[in-house]
Design a protein around this ligand. Structure first.
Ligand SMILES: [Zn+2]
Length: 403
C-alpha cells in the first residue's frame, strides 16, 4: 500500500493528487485560487492573477467556475478611489461545503461544523463515559449527534463535504480503522462501517488533529514543533517543516510510552516506567490522592489553584517527568517550540515551571521554548473539522463535482 509520507490524511474528496494533464493543471490552479483568496481575501480577479502569476483571463475562468459551484462568492464592487476599472471583490463562500469534525473522548462525544472561512457554525457535545463501552453503541450515539449538527448546518445553507473523527488511540494507515484505543477498550475497529454512509471519512489520532489545529490556527506557530496533549493518555504530534510526521505504521508521536525510568512501574503497553505512568491523568490523580471521576482535569486545576500542596506536588512531579521525556524528543528533533495542548493546557501553570527547569538543566545552551496552546481541549475537534476544510481548499474540483 502506498501511503502519503507525512501530511494530514486528506479528508474525503481529493485523495488522488492532480496529474500533469491539462485537467490536473486546472485542478491545481483552482486550488491556488482558493488558497490565495482564503489566506488574503477579499481580493479582485486582478489581484489574484498577480499573486499567482496567471493571466487575468485565465483567473476569470477559474473564478467563474468556483462561483458557479458555490466555493467563492462575489462581494460587489471594490471601494472606489483605486486606480483602474473597479473589480468585484471575491471571498471564500460562507455557505456551501463545510467540514464536519467529531471527537470520541473517554468522557464525551463532540461534533462541530466549520465553514470554508474557518468559522464554527454548529456544534454539540454529549457527556458520559465511553470507557469500555462497545464501539457500536458509541458510534450510534455519535451518528445521532452528527446528524443533529449537520441538520443545524444545513439550515444555514451549508452542506457536509466530509467527516473527520478524532480518537484517543492508534489508527491504521487506511484512515478508518482504530488499531488500539486502550482507554476505550477498542481494538481493530473499522469506524467506517459504523458511521453515516455517504460522507467521505477520515479517522485519526486526537494528538495528530490537535497538532494540525495548532499548525493551522495557532499564533505564530513555527514550521517545526512538538505538540504534546493529554486526555487520559499522553500523545504528541511531531510537525516537521509544516507536515505531520506519521512514521512507518502511522503511530509516530507516542510520547506517553517513552520511558522516563527504565525500572519504573509496568505499563499496559508492555514497557516499564513509561511517561504515562508518571504524568498521565490517572498517575497524577493517584499521586494527588484524588479519586478518578468526571472532569478530572477541572478537579486538579481547582485544587491546585486553591493551594492544595499534595496536588501541586503531583503536578510538579508530572512536569518533571514530561521534561525528562521531552528532553529526548527535543534532542532528537530540534523543534522550534514545544506546545502544551489539550488537557495539559489547563494544568500548565503548575506543570510548566518544573517541565522547563528539567528541559533547561538537560540542554546545553538555550532550551527549547515551551508554550501553551490557546486552543486547549478544543484542538482535536477543531483540527478534525479543519482537515476537511483544508481538503476542500486543496482540491476544489472534486468537491465541486459533489455539489
Ligand atoms: Zn507504556
Amino acid at each position: 500500500m502506498t501511503a502519503p509520507l507525512h501530511q494530514a490524511r486528506p479528508a474525503g474528496p481529493g485523495r488522488a493528487l492532480p496529474d500533469n494533464t491539462q485537467q490536473g493543471m486546472r485542478r491545481r490552479n483552482l486550488a491556488r485560487v482558493m488558497h490565495t483568496v482564503s489566506a488574503e481575501g477579499p481580493l479582485s480577479r486582478a489581484a489574484i492573477a498577480s499573486r499567482i502569476g496567471l493571466t487575468r483571463a485565465a483567473v476569470s475562468t477559474l473564478v467563474d467556475e468556483l462561483i458557479r459551484t458555490g466555493l467563492l462568492q462575489e462581494l460587489g464592487p471594490e471601494r472606489p478611489g483605486r486606480v483602474g476599472r473597479p473589480g468585484s471583490a471575491l471571498a471564500v463562500s460562507g455557505h456551501g461545503p463545510a467540514g464536519v469534525g467529531a471527537e470520541i473522548g473517554v468522557d464525551h462525544l463532540a461534533v462541530c461544523v466549520v465553514d470554508l472561512r474557518g468559522r464554527v457554525r454548529a456544534r454539540a457535545v454529549r457527556h458520559g463515559t465511553n470507557r469500555n463501552r462497545a464501539p457500536e453503541p458509541v458510534l450510534k450515539d455519535l451518528t445521532a449527534l452528527i446528524r443533529q449538527v449537520v441538520a443545524e448546518a444545513e439550515r444555514q445553507d451549508l452542506w457536509a463535504a466530509g467527516l473527520s473523527v478524532a480518537v484517543p488511540g492508534l489508527v491504521s494507515w487506511d484512515g478508518r480503522t482504530v488499531v488500539r484505543a486502550p482507554n476505550l477498550g477498542w481494538h481493530d475497529t473499522d469506524l467506517g462501517a459504523l458511521l453515516p454512509d455517504g460522507l467521505p471519512l477520515t479517522v485519526d489520532n486526537e494528538a495528530n488533529f490537535g497538532g494540525l489545529a495548532e499548525l493551522w490556527l495557532g499564533e505564530d506557530t513555527p514550521r517545526d514543533f512538538l505538540h504534546v496533549s493529554a486526555e487520559i493518555g499522553i500523545g504528541a504530534a511531531v510537525v516537521v517543516d509544516g507536515c505531520l510526521l506519521r512514521g512507518t505504521r502511522g503511530f509516530a508521536g507516542e510520547l506517553g510510552h517513552v520511558p522516563v525510568a527504565p525500572e519504573g512501574p509496568a505499563c499496559p503497553c508492555g514497557g516499564r516506567g513509561c511517561l504515562e505512568q508518571y504524568a498521565g491523568e490517572e498517575a497524577v490523580l493517584r499521586a494527588a490522592g484524588l479519586e478518578p471521576g468526571e472532569d478530572r482535569i477541572g478537579l486538579l486545576a481547582a485544587r491546585a489553584a486553591a493551594g492544595d500542596e499534595r496536588v501541586r506536588r503531583a503536578l510538579r512531579d508530572a512536569g518533571t517527568a514530561l521534561g525528562v521525556a521531552l528532553t529526548g524528543a527535543v534532542h532528537l528533533l530540534d523543534p522550534g517550540r514545544v506546545v502544551l495542548g489539550g488537557a495539559l493546557a489547563g494544568l500548565a501553570p503548575w506543570l510548566l515551571p518544573s517541565l522547563e527547569a528539567e528541559l533547561a538543566s538537560r540542554s546545553a545552551g538555550r532550551a527549547c521554548p515551551v508554550s501553551v496552546s490557546r486552543l486547549g481541549p478544543e484542538g482535536p475537534l477543531l483540527g478534525a473539522a479543519h482537515a476537511v476544510v483544508r481538503g476542500v481548499l486543496d482540491d476544489p474540483a472534486t468537491v465541486a463535482e459533489l455539489a
